[in-house]
Ligand binder design. Structure first.
Ligand code: GLU
Length: 549
């Protein structure tokens, strides 16, 4: 009776009960074993690579049978920035991570388990707290900041667990009359859990990533509702994960120390606890100390998700890389299943690193090169067009001025069995294709050193005479061999090796001179194809220019 009166005193206008909400948000009708996961960021306006990773893990855990939703945890209004929700949604969608449900913008959402923004759920939280008060499991606490500070001092001096519990929880057994008096007096209060924890109790739980964990039971009378009636993160997440029917909580392992509080909250609320999977932070080798440290927002540009978009790493490549650091057996799977969709891989939480995967930009670049090598010319063109529209105006102008030409350039040595891995990110494209455009061509970067200037000129002048723009691929190398023989070079490396003293070099060296004249480089994709794409005029012009110098 006393408890009922107390609950009515604290929440006179709350008329809905937990039973009402249970009915409003019934268990989901999903296939057996389907998982419900969430990404639950605070809207602080910065999407960290670690958060992208956490969202990726949540999305992959739900897979195609389950539900992955986005919940905005804005209980801490001080940290909030404007338009952060849209920023998070856009930031994720760049990498193809699109929640099935949840907050989409500040005022828009999809799904039947909302609202998905905590600040819009205050009445729900209060209904659950009211119910706890009515059961004698929560109480109003009128301690002032000063009182709490002096308790802390005393606890520090006595070297005991800090916090409000046991003898320090002076309002645990407050009567309705006293509460009424203080409220009438205008005193502020929070609502605390009356923790049922035993001082020497232990709890164990199985973390899906870290395995079995044993910890001391929670004995703190943690705050459920703050003075302004809004919930703490601990309380809100318990109510939300229950009502949104979350089956797997995947989140950063900085939350492990809170699990005893969370499991206790689920218990007193009468909820079935979700499975927890605590993700170790992404680590990085520290150049200064040689040791490992967390990827840092302050020190590492690659900690910001925008870094990847700006550099032009394709979303698919970043996903490949995320999976590589998520499950170390992914790379082997990918090698054996080159063209399969990433979704066919059997991602497992239990195969994630317990200690923290190491971030490696060189590896990302490699993964991305392989990824881009499997794209076809039209996909590359479309991606470069889109990227350059935003990040490189000059490149954008060049490729869109003659789309057909650009598509032909991107098709060189693509789609064959062993595609070249020349491009790792779209910001490398301009340099990669520079010699196809007079505007970008920066001249000859260097000649092979083993060929004299006289021989070079002779080769180029003769080639100009022999060059047949309509010649077939089959005819191209025999022509070079003929030219080689005529100029004192061997027809093949083999022939050259048998009698190196009789030759100036071999046909490959001769082709190298033509390559350098036409493209400015010693290394390029197939030269015949390049010349076909460039066309007669440009090929001749390049060779003539080279001869003039
Ligand atoms: N809002 C919490 C954070 O910002 C989420 C923790 C969780 O996923 O439970 O890290």
């Amino acid at each position: 009776m006393e408890n009922l009166t107390m609950s009515q005193l604290l929440f006179p206008s709350i008329d809905k009960t937990p039973a009402d909400y249970e009915a409003e948000y019934p268990p989901r009708e999903l296939a057996d074993g389907a998982k419900v996961t969430r990404f639950a960021p605070s809207p602080t306006g910065f999407l960290h690579f670690g958060s992208l990773f956490a969202a990726f893990i949540a999305a992959k855990t739900a897979g195609s049978d389950g539900v992955f939703y986005l919940r905005i945890e804005d209980t801490d209004k001080k940290r909030e920035v404007e338009n952060a929700v849209a920023g998070i949604v856009d930031g994720l969608s760049v990498f193809g991570i699109v929640p099935d449900e949840g907050a989409l913008e500040d005022d828009k959402e999809i799904g039947n388990y909302g609202p998905y923004t905590q600040s819009k759920r205050t009445l729900i939280y209060q209904a659950y707290v009211k119910d706890l008060v009515e059961q004698g499991l929560a109480y109003p606490c009128f301690m002032t900041e000063e009182e709490i500070a002096s308790v802390r001092e005393k606890q520090e001096a006595e070297k005991v667990l800090p916090g409000i519990y046991g003898e320090y929880a002076i309002y645990r057994d407050i009567t309705v009359e006293e509460a009424q008096k203080r409220i009438d007096n205008g005193e502020e209060y929070v609502v605390r859990l009356k923790s049922p924890g035993r001082p020497d109790g232990r709890i164990t739980f199985k973390d899906e990533i870290k395995g079995k964990i044993e910890m001391p039971e929670n004995i703190l009378d943690v705050v459920l509702l703050k003075k302004d009636g809004t919930p703490t993160y601990h309380f809100a997440h318990a109510v939300d994960d229950h009502l949104m029917r979350t089956t797997h909580v995947t989140r950063g392992d900085e939350w492990i120390s809170s699990v005893p509080i969370h499991l206790q909250l689920f218990r007193v609320l009468g909820f079935k606890p979700p499975k927890y999977a605590h993700i170790a932070p992404i680590m990085k080798e520290d150049a200064e100390t040689g040791g490992k440290r967390k990827l840092s927002k302050r020190k590492d540009p690659e900690a910001a998700v925008e870094f990847y978009a700006e550099a032009g790493y394709p979303a698919g490549a970043v996903n490949e890389y995320l999976m590589t650091i998520a499950n170390s057996n992914y790379e082997d799977w990918r090698r054996a299943n080159k063209t399969e969709s990433i979704d066919k891989f059997g991602f497992k939480l239990s195969k994630m690193s317990k200690a923290g995967a190491l971030f490696d930009l060189v590896k990302l670049h490699d993964v991305s090169k392989t990824y881009i090598s499997t794209m076809n010319a039209d996909e590359v063109y479309d991606a470069v067009e889109k990227w350059s529209a935003r990040y490189d105006e000059r490149l954008h102008k060049l490729i869109t001025a003659d789309e057909d030409y650009a598509r032909k350039i991107f098709s060189i040595e693509r789609g064959n069995k062993k595609p070249r891995k020349d491009i790792g990110k779209w910001s490398e494209v301009k340099d990669y294709i520079a010699y196809f455009y007079d505007d970008l061509f920066d001249g000859i970067r260097g000649w092979a050193e083993n060929i004299s200037e006289t021989d070079r000129s002779a080769i180029l002048s003769r080639y100009l005479e022999m060059y047949d723009p309509n010649g077939s691929a089959e005819e191209w190398f025999p022509t070079v061999q003929e030219l080689a023989a005529e100029q004192g070079f061997a027809r093949s490396p083999k022939e050259y090796k048998q009698a190196p003293e009789s030759y100036k070099g071999h046909a490959g060296d001769v082709a190298g001179v033509i390559r350098a004249a036409v493209t400015g480089r010693l290394n390029t994709p197939d030269l015949y194809t390049i010349m076909q794409v460039m066309g007669e005029d440009k090929v001749k012009e390049r060779i003539e220019q080279a001869l003039e110098r």
